[in-house]
Design a protein around this ligand. Structure first.
Ligand code: MN
Length: 311
């Protein structure tokens, strides 16, 4: 489900976090990007906003019948400097990676892969799959402290939930209302699945975090605006709470965190700081020099996307 970042998403230069230091509501349309023949709604990154906290990528896929039935088949491809967070509302995805992991991902289960200095993985519909798929893949930029470190993989079958009037909140990453996710976290950020019942809900927030919403299903009213799937609603900082309204059952992701520590450069499946780092990772993938170990897959290895700058 990981889609490559293209020049339409982010310029090929490092970009500093664009943080609004006060509460705002900035709703921008997602871009239609193609991932394995599927149209996905890419809410993040986009020009002018590469991060929300450490969150740096959000692809909403489906609900759809994948490729008319045979399913998703994203062959082995590399990552550096990021964590992939895969979260499904419907369907199943089989994850394999260069650490030897082989894990079926189901709705309500968190798949968290840390790339560090380098990892490769594949994502495909299992043979038994109906072809139905609905979910989101998010990336978290790794901080300087861990981004050159070892790759890692975690899968969490169940996650803590917080029941509020009007909302059931699942804590994927970080802490919410004194409830903490068991998932690894390298920076101070939070990722929540918020299931709204028709009516109103109020969520406690951290004033030192910036936040954004991606609606997966239904529609949410926030600051008197209605936000629907296919948008990023950026909320800025300095909110102690967030009032939400819904007329129908609604699912959304609430992403937040302390503004990221540094400018990042994103290209293809890599998150770095300089073009030299991205060039080096591209060369390693092309030359198969062992930085991204191979692993068994029936799918074709995805060739590197040439970098858009002169070498
Ligand atoms: Mn990927």
């Amino acid at each position: 489900m990981s889609g490559p970042v293209q020049i339409q998403d982010a310029d090929a230069t490092p970009e500093a976090p664009a943080v609004s230091t006060e509460p705002i509501l900035e709703v921008t349309p997602s871009r239609a990007a193609m991932v394995d023949g599927q149209s996905v709604r890419r809410a993040l990154p986009r020009k002018g906003r590469r991060t929300v906290g450490a969150w740096c990528f959000a692809d909403h896929i489906g609900p759809s019948v994948v490729n008319g039935g045979p399913g998703l088949g994203i062959g082995p491809h590399p990552h550096i400097g990021l964590q992939t967070v895969t979260w499904l509302l419907a369907g199943e995805v089989l994850h394999r990676d260069s650490l030897g992991s082989e894990q079926l991902i189901r709705p309500g289960e968190l798949n968290l892969m840390t790339a560090g200095n380098g990892v490769a993985h594949s994502e495909e519909s299992p043979a038994s799959a109906s072809g139905e798929l609905h979910g989101i893949q998010l990336w978290v930029a790794q901080p300087e402290r861990t981004r050159h470190g070892e790759a890692a993989f975690e899968h969490h079958e169940s996650l803590p939930q917080v029941e509020l009037p009007g909302a059931l909140v699942t804590v994927l990453v970080g802490e919410f209302a004194d409830v903490a996710s068991p998932a690894r976290r390298d920076t101070d950020h939070v990722g929540l699945d918020v299931a709204l019942r028709p009516g109103a809900a109020s969520l406690p927030l951290r004033p030192d975090y910036e936040y954004a919403i991606v609606v997966l299903e239904g529609a949410v009213t926030v600051d008197s605006e209605v936000v629907t799937p296919g948008h990023l609603a950026y909320l800025g900082e300095h909110r102690a709470s967030l009032d939400l309204g819904a007329d129908e059952p609604t699912r959304l992701m609430l992403l937040g965190g302390v503004p990221f520590e540094s400018p990042i450069l994103m290209w293809w499946n890599f998150v770095g700081r300089t073009r030299e780092e991205i060039d080096a990772a591209t060369d390693s993938w092309e030359r198969e020099d062992g930085r991204f170990p191979s692993f068994p897959s029936t799918l074709a290895r995805i060739p590197a996307e040439p970098t858009p700058w002169p070498k």
